[in-house]
Design a protein around this ligand. Structure first.
Ligand SMILES: [Zn+2]
Length: 625
């Protein structure tokens, strides 16, 4: 935990004075307490006091979750809902058209309504948000708010009770604290919901502020064990470099201070979600102890950090809604997520957390995952993968199988490749005088006024690109966003002096001996160690043979399946004309399938185009250290 220093308090005070007129009609503060002392039982008890006037009252439970871009507020976890006024229980009714909306009537003479409910959670396969030793708290889980006013004009004051001895980290400013009870400063609902908190028995905060940097940055860690908190000096240095490099890349910051909130547990889901002054990232318990910790942690945290500029400070206008019930328009996610992927991966490489080879491998894997041989692109343009997110969010790439035909969240990977291409266009058009970083400095620049939100439209984005270099930017993006070409957009990679190539070489040098060949780009199959087929490439050799997701490989050429046995069979098939025979469990039946494939192992790589300069080398050079 860290409270804000003097200079930051002054910035905050200046901000509230400026906003005082705009927020003149803010009503009385809504106080609420979250009792998390039963967090290990996965129960949070909530008590709210809502100022009210007699008559009808409509309350909402947050439905649209900003960082996920979808209407998936966890309403099924709300139980025990009761309302009281003037000492009497009030009846309530759920809206027949929206399960997130509750209606009640405030009796004459009442000045406030008390609401109480529990947030229940059983974990489940996706992982919960509390374990025996820690809690990841998103305030959207534990609030109801009145209809009728924008979230920016509803003031909330939260108090949190934690299990004895637990410590916490959050960007939400603290008002006061005793033993295990924390009172937070009053904050508008939109800022509250953008300021999650992590708490736990095993907690550690590490300062990541580079020397000479006036704005405070830290990482707050909670884990299921003390041992898991052992972040190496290399990772600490790498993350400090990410912060330092971000200062150069963007040329501006738009937050009072920044907290990387990292949860290390095998009992929570693993992901990262962006916030303006923090990120809520969750990895396996031993992620910091792995030899590849810098690579794994760096890639995730640099991406979520870059979102403070792309997605939080600058956000597509259709994703800036007054409350958490109004649908989001997500067609510009190729900027919100695609540009962030470009920025985050650049920061991971410039900070030294990724090597140049790691960066090129990422580009190669992105390009390979987009085709040829990934037929979803032939029916579904990139812009649709973004626009359809609210209704097609599945919780992970490939969920449900046949991902190559459905297409997934390609606005990340394809968006990143297209921003690389835009960078090469700016370089070419300006004869090396300008770069995409000039765009970043304009688009993400300006004075630090705390967590400010500046919406943008497609047209405004094009105007800023044209400010950097005059070009048919609208045509450039529209052609790529609506393309149904089978080929991956590799023009940016090729203009950078590299090209996509497949070879038996493993992606990471030196790890060949421990690696089993990846069959995605050979027979078109992804499977688990137990032989369960996770997915098959639509139209690939395994698909042609009749295989599909959910089936389970029992034997390969009459021998019980292991990944190594399949690997041996693929190697032997290169000099053997007979097809590979798989005995497969399909629901309750055993069935034999033949895959007629005799090619070499294929892993995606980038190889140099010798007569072109290596622009990636230049791109990845650190600007600070
Ligand atoms: Zn993101």
């Amino acid at each position: 935990m860290r409270r804000f220093g003097l200079s930051l308090l002054m910035i905050a005070a200046a901000g509230s004075a400026r906003l005082a007129t705009a927020f003149a009609d803010i009503g009385p503060v809504i106080h609420f307490t979250v009792d998390a002392t039963r967090a290990p039982q996965r129960i949070l008890h909530v008590h709210m006091t809502l100022p009210a006037t007699p008559g009808p009252l409509t309350l909402y439970y947050p439905k649209w979750i900003q960082g996920v871009h979808a209407p998936i507020g966890p309403i099924t976890n709300l139980a025990g809902l009761k309302f009281l006024a003037n000492g009497q229980t009030l009846p309530w009714k759920r809206d027949l058209l929206d399960v997130y909306t509750f209606h009640l009537t405030v009796p004459p003479g009442a000045k406030q309504v008390e609401a109480s409910f529990d947030y229940l959670e059983t974990g489940g396969p996706a992982g919960g948000t509390a374990t025996a030793k820690l809690l990841d708290l998103n305030w959207y889980q534990v609030v109801l708010y009145p209809a009728g006013k924008p979230a920016a004009q509803l003031d909330f004051q939260a108090t949190l009770k934690l299990p004895s001895g637990w410590k916490f980290g959050t960007a939400l400013p603290v008002e006061s604290q005793s033993e295990s009870e924390i009172a937070f400063q009053t904050s508008p609902l939109d800022r509250l919901l953008d300021s999650p908190l992590i708490a736990g028995e095993f907690y550690r905060a590490v300062d990541l502020t580079p020397s000479g940097e006036p704005v405070h940055h830290e990482i707050d860690l909670v884990a299921d064990s003390e041992a898991a908190l052992a972040m190496s000096p290399e990772v600490e240095k790498g993350l400090t470099n990410v912060v330092a490099e971000s200062g150069k890349l963007f040329g501006a910051r738009h937050y009072r201070s920044y907290h990387f909130l990292l949860t290390l547990s095998d009992h929570t889901a693993h992901f990262g979600v962006e916030h303006h002054e923090s990120n809520d990232s969750r990895l396996g318990e031993r992620a910091l102890l792995s030899p590849s910790a810098g690579n794994d942690v760096g890639g995730l945290l640099a991406h979520e950090f870059a979102h403070s500029w792309s997605g939080k400070f600058r956000r597509p206008k259709g994703m800036c809604q007054p409350d958490f019930q109004t649908p989001l328009e997500t067609d510009l996610l190729w900027v919100y997520e695609g540009n962030t992927s470009y920025l985050g991966d650049l920061l991971a490489a410039r900070s030294g957390m990724w090597t140049a080879n790691d960066y090129r491998q990422m580009l190669a894997a992105n390009a390979a995952s987009l085709g040829p041989g990934q037929p979803g692109r032939t029916w579904r343009p990139l812009v649709d993968t973004a626009a359809a997110v609210p209704g097609t969010f599945t919780g992970g790439p490939g969920a449900g199988g046949w991902a190559s035909w459905r297409r997934g969240s390609d606005y990340y990977e394809e968006g990143e490749l297209l921003w690389l291409e835009a960078a090469t266009v700016i370089r070419d058009q300006s004869h090396g005088q300008k770069s995409l970083e000039d765009f970043f400095h304009i688009f993400y620049g300006g004075p630090n006024q705390g967590a400010e939100l500046k919406p943008y439209t497609f047209d405004e984005l094009m105007q800023v690109l044209n400010q950097v270099v005059q070009y048919d930017w609208a045509g450039f993006w529209n052609r790529r966003l609506t393309s149904t070409s089978a080929d991956a957009p590799v023009a940016g990679i090729e203009a950078s002096g590299w090209k996509l190539s497949f070879s038996p070489e493993p992606p990471v040098p030196g790890r060949a001996s421990r690696r089993i060949s990846d069959t995605t780009f050979t027979i078109g199959l992804e499977f688990g160690r137990d032989g369960t087929i996770r997915d098959a490439i639509y139209g690939g050799p395994a698909f042609q043979a009749g295989l599909g997701p959910g089936m389970k490989i029992a034997a390969v050429n009459h021998r019980i399946f292991t990944p190594e046995v399949l690997d041996d069979a693929l190697k032997a098939a290169r000099s053997n004309p007979r097809p590979i025979e798989l005995l497969v469990i399909v629901d309750d039946y055993y069935k034999t399938f033949s895959i007629d494939f005799h090619g070499a192992e294929r892993n995606p790589h980038l190889v140099r185009i010798n007569d072109k300069p290596d622009l990636l080398e230049e791109l990845l050079k650190p600007e600070v250290h």
